[in-house]
Design a protein around this ligand. Structure first.
Ligand code: GDP
Ligand code: MG
Length: 301
């Protein structure tokens, strides 16, 4: 146990292009699932906190939506939230996909940090996908950018290198008291985590524009005497045709989404869950102010 005087604490923002593995890395750093992951871009919509203890340090990680060139309102709000996450943090970790290298999105992030005069820690992720001979020139080129205080090669998926990165961050956050109770892993309420877990299944099981037309809301959360919990949720879509796809033939698709979400929710919560899903058409949810407030996003971004 660390004494109060030697404690350290800080916010560490994880930023990067869509799909570089920010949420996977967050979960690995925390040792629990607090942020949902899918092979599709823009899975993460808002800022998500994951909290870890490393020696005398409490690390408050901020998972952010990917930084890309936004077109629609929701995208603009997501990118704004990502930059705000970086601006507010004590430390910034930039993730770059080792297989993708410095593409247009990575370039924008590096240039954005430079013009903000910020230094960052570089985490070259997905090193499991590339040969070491290709990594060397890439790290050398990134080093020349002059903004990286340290460079780590990691695989968020396998966990390789993540402990080293965590130790480095623990030594780099400022001295100060811990801001959260020792056993707290996230600031997300359980109802929201539950909605995110169902949304993860929507991202994993549905394709094309559908995941992006969808949001999930937990309507009911009822504790039961036997220790289980009854959760009712609505999957909102924008059109009738989308509703038909989410339901599937004879309700097969919604059943599959519900079955997998329930299993994942039981795993995450460590208790039995009764999950009830409904599908509703809410045409204009991406233009609804209240929606953005609930997600912790700025409507006018
Ligand atoms: P985010 O959009 O940056 O939050 O990325 P996610 O964490 O959602 O991950 C996007 C995809 O990359 C998912 O399919 C992950 O399983 C995959 N991924 C993340 N980290 C790694 C890694 O280290 N190696 C490999 N091979 N895949 C990874
Ligand atoms: Mg993410």
């Amino acid at each position: 146990m660390s004494s109060e005087e030697e404690r350290r604490c800080g916010h560490v923002a994880l930023v990067g292009a869509p799909n570089v593995g920010k949420s996977t890395l967050l979960n690995e750093l925390i040792g629990a699932k607090v942020s949902i992951v899918s092979p599709k871009v823009q899975t993460t919509r808002s800022r998500i906190l994951g909290i870890a203890i490393e020696g005398a340090a409490q690390l408050i990680f901020v998972d952010t939506p990917g930084i890309f060139t936004p077109k629609r309102r929701l995208e603009r709000a997501m990118v704004a939230a990502a930059w705000a996450g970086a601006a507010d943090a004590d430390l910034v970790v930039v993730l770059i996909d080792a297989a993708r290298g410095v593409d247009e999105d990575a370039r924008r992030i590096i240039d954005g940090l430079k013009s903000a005069g910020r230094r960052a820690v570089l985490a070259l992720n997905k090193v499991d996908l590339v040969s070491p001979t290709r990594l060397l020139p890439l790290t050398a080129a990134l080093d020349k950018e002059g903004i990286f205080a340290a460079v780590f090669m990691v695989s968020a998926l396998s966990g390789d290198g993540v402990a080293d990165l965590k130790r480095h961050l623990a030594g780099a956050v400022p001295a100060g008291p811990w801001l959260f109770p020792e056993d707290q892993l996230t600031d997300l309420p359980q109802r929201l985590i539950a909605a995110e877990i169902t949304r993860e299944q929507v991202f994993l099981q549905l394709h094309q524009e559908l995941p992006y037309a969808t949001f999930v809301e937990t309507d009911e959360w009822q504790e039961r005497e036997d220790g289980s919990v009854r959760v009712a949720q609505t999957i909102h879509v924008q059109r009738d045709s989308q509703k038909a796809i989410v339901l599937g033939k004879a309700g097969r698709q919604i059943k599959e989404i519900g079955a997998r979400a329930r299993a994942e929710l039981e795993r995450v919560l460590g208790r039995r869950v009764h999950l009830f899903l409904f599908v509703r058409v809410t045409e204009d949810w991406t233009e609804d102010r209240a929606r953005y407030r609930d997600m912790g996003l700025e409507f006018e971004s």
